[in-house]
Design a protein around this ligand. Structure first.
Ligand SMILES: [Zn+2]
Length: 272
């Protein structure tokens, strides 16, 4: 396809997705703008294979956010933001992937942009699935750094359900990647397809683990004096009270942690 036509199609496709997601309240207004930019780059400069992976992440995470919403409602204020994703979250999750889709445009014959792209999406998908499904774990999660039992939804808390969900989220993107890998020279033989799958599951899991590790150690965590609850929200808690930082680095919010998760996934994909 002509690059110009593809870019136009990318703009159209991204605008439709962003609009639908905004109307479905999966994205805030700024989040829709972020998704439009990412969709345009990934579809317009990458192609349909790239768009399918992005959609896999986007649709599955939106669906999981909605599923079990009643059960999660009581836990929700523990998280930085609600179900509606804003531009910070959208860029933190898909920004790195967009960069590699853009790099593919300049290095069309190279395999590494695709690997890093898919690995980055596997990482953010693993992390999102773990966040959405981990809260359903029958027992309290444990802090990844110390093993101490913590409240559900606490940053850095890990559980059996959460870890399985992370593996599932990574495997889902890995499967899509195997099904639509564009560079055929990579996948002439079956073993390399299996290798690709395992590589993406591995990078996804590592990214999600790294996310938990940062959440347990250096991410900025706040306390709401009104609700007496630990939260990622700042400056104001969902109740409107100003939150006070209790641990972590001031500048390292949840979006940046997600960005590092996406980056680590991409680095593993890139190095391999
Ligand atoms: Zn509060």
């Amino acid at each position: 396809m002509q690059p110009f036509i593809m870019l136009l199609l990318g703009i159209l496709f991204a605008a439709i997705i962003a609009f639908v997601a905004y109307r479905a309240k999966s994205l805030s207004r700024s989040g829709a703008l972020g998704a439009f930019l990412e969709g345009t780059i990934i579809f317009g400069l990458g192609g349909w294979q790239w768009a399918i992976l992005l959609m896999g992440f986007f649709v599955s995470s939106s669906v999981l956010t909605r599923l079990f919403s009643k059960k999660k409602a009581t836990l929700n204020e523990k998280f930085d933001k609600g179900g509606q994703r804003d531009i910070g979250q959208v860029l933190a999750n898909g920004g790195i992937a967009s960069i590699f889709a853009g790099l593919h445009f300049f290095y069309p014959g190279a395999t590494w942009p695709w690997l890093a792209f898919a690995a980055s999406l596997a990482a953010v998908n693993a992390d999102t699935w773990a966040t959405e499904l981990g809260v359903l774990n029958p027992t309290m999660p444990r802090l990844i750094s110390t093993g101490k039992s913590v409240e559900r939804g606490t940053s850095g808390g890990v559980s059996v359900y959460g870890t399985l969900a992370a593996a599932g989220g990574a495997a889902f993107i890995a499967l899509l990647a195997v099904l639509c890998t564009p560079s055929l020279d990579l996948v002439l033989v079956k073993p390399s397809l299996i290798f690709l799958f395992l590589l993406l599951v591995f990078s996804g899991l590592m990214g999600a683990l790294f996310d938990s590790l940062l959440g347990a150690t250096v991410q900025a965590i706040y306390h709401c004096p009104h609700c007496d609850k630990e939260t990622e929200k700042h400056p104001l808690h969902s109740c409107g009270t100003r939150t006070i930082q209790i641990r972590g680095l001031k500048w390292l919010n949840n979006d940046l942690v997600n960005l590092f998760c996406a980056t680590l996934g991409a680095i593993i994909g890139f190095l391999v």
